[in-house]
Design a protein around this ligand. Structure first.
Ligand code: FES
Length: 88
């Protein structure tokens, strides 16, 4: 789908620019030109940037904290392996 009609840039091209490191609509404009003319597409470009960032962010629990891997080794069932016990 075309995002920027002035320059003829698609959402995939914007997504590729974000994957390559573009972090703002200004960065995207420098990479592929989207948003560099009339600016009507910048809102959509920013939405694509936010969407890609959200997809790349680590999962969070409902309280908004970042999930971490348990530091305790787990057995085959995923339960923590307690000290003094051997894995099944
Ligand atoms: S529609 Fe993208 S700069 Fe005009």
């Amino acid at each position: 789908m075309y995002v920027c009609l002035c320059v003829g840039v698609t959402n995939q091209t914007v997504a590729n620019a974000v994957a390559a490191g573009a972090k703002s609509s200004k960065d995207v404009a420098e990479v592929c030109g989207a948003g560099s003319e009339c600016g009507r597409c910048r809102r959509t470009v920013r939405a694509i940037i936010d969407s890609r960032r959200a997809a790349e962010a680590p999962p969070q629990d409902p309280a908004g904290r970042e999930r971490r891997r348990p530091s305790t080794p787990a057995n085959r069932d995923g339960a923590p392996q307690l000290p003094g016990r051997t894995a099944d």
